[in-house]
Design a binder for this molecule. Structure first.
Ligand code: A2P
Length: 307
């Protein structure tokens, strides 16, 4: 599979990145340094993960040159007011200890205010993501970030942004695994030339999410297991390889050294391999990272894309 994808800026976007969601800061700094040591060149963070400082420490611990590592981070929903956007960007840079971000994503197309005393007390604000995007473009103009992109947009929102922006998004990061293939949405991205990054390629093993439905863990899927035997790799490797083989960059998350290393063992799956997975998960759907119920937000990836 490809080791990188070329973005519109000409930048080479490493195809496998270490995911950092739900990584404790102490564990993350070690995980990042270890990942870089075993060959990762792409780390995917976010302000809301609360571990940008640890991410930056891990980068420095690795001893590898800053310019050889791709760092992604994300603007949180509470910083969507146009006047807050550049401040948030500078705060991320400060926490990471960097003077530029390779890729900065709008984490959700939704603006919120959160009660500092109660993280579940969230109010949706009437701020257009188009205005937030304009302010992100200014951060790119100012050289604080090299690429800007989006995450968790629906098709309607992607279209609206493309029709109303000066700088096109470089990447769209969405949840993607066999229970959420979003085939029609993928085709749309191909048509408009927008690169997709897949998060949660293994589904999500966090019980608080997977308890929400009765689907078996994707690693137990018989087609996934058969492919693991065929290629003599783990089921996690099959699921990561699936994303790459379908043209997506992919973000396996782990803080466990053996898994971090294991997750780099990827193969190119054939069209037939991909079809066997698709046929066994037909009609089985799970979106693990859907918190539209919490923020009361209507248009979400997956909702208008049932295939
Ligand atoms: P851990 O961090 O303890 O290693 P996703 O990124 O798809 O949401 O999945 C992340 C979850 O999958 C984490 O809980 C992570 O655990 C676990 N995980 C990561 N790599 C593997 C692997 N190779 N085999 C099994 N579980 C894994």
């Amino acid at each position: 599979p490809p080791t990188y994808f070329k973005l519109p800026s000409g930048d080479k976007f490493p195809s496998v990145g270490l995911g950092c969601w739900q990584s404790e800061p102490g564990a993350l700094s070690k995980a990042v340094a270890y990942a870089i040591k075993v060959g990762y060149r792409h780390i995917d963070g976010a302000t809301i993960y609360g571990n940008e400082k640890a991410l930056g420490e891990g980068l420095r611990r690795s001893g590898v040159d800053r310019k050889d590592i791709w760092v992604t981070t994300k603007l949180w929903n509470d910083d969507h007011r146009p006047e807050d956007v550049m401040k948030a960007c500078k705060r991320s840079l400060e926490l990471l200890g960097l003077d530029y971000i390779d890729l900065w994503l709008m984490h959700y197309p939704a603006a919120t205010d959160t009660n500092p005393k109660d993280p579940m007390d969230i109010r949706v604000l009437d701020i257009s993501y188009l205005d937030t995007w304009k302010a992100m473009e200014e951060c790119l103009d100012a050289g604080l970030v090299r690429n800007i992109g989006i995450s968790n947009y629906s098709k309607i929102e992607v279209g609206n942004l493309l029709n109303n922006c000066r700088i096109k998004p470089a990447v769209h990061q969405i949840e993607r695994h066999p229970y959420l293939p979003q085939n029609a949405f993928m085709k749309y991205h191909e048509e408009i030339g927008l690169h997709v990054t897949a998060y949660s390629p293994l589904g999500n093993t966090n019980p608080s999410f997977s308890e929400r439905d009765s689907l078996p863990p994707i690693q137990k899927n018989p087609a996934v297991q058969a492919l693991a035997s065929k290629y003599n790799i783990s089921t996690a490797n099959v699921l990561i390889s699936l994303q790459l083989s379908e043209g997506c960059s992919v973000l396996p998350k782990s803080v466990t050294p053996s898994r971090i290393e294991e997750n780099l063992r990827v193969v190119q799956l054939t069209a037939e391999d991909i079809d066997t997975i698709k046929s066994t998960t037909q009609g089985q759907r799970a979106r693990y990272c859907d918190f539209s119920d919490i923020i009361g937000y209507k248009y979400y990836v997956g909702l208008d894309d049932t295939d």
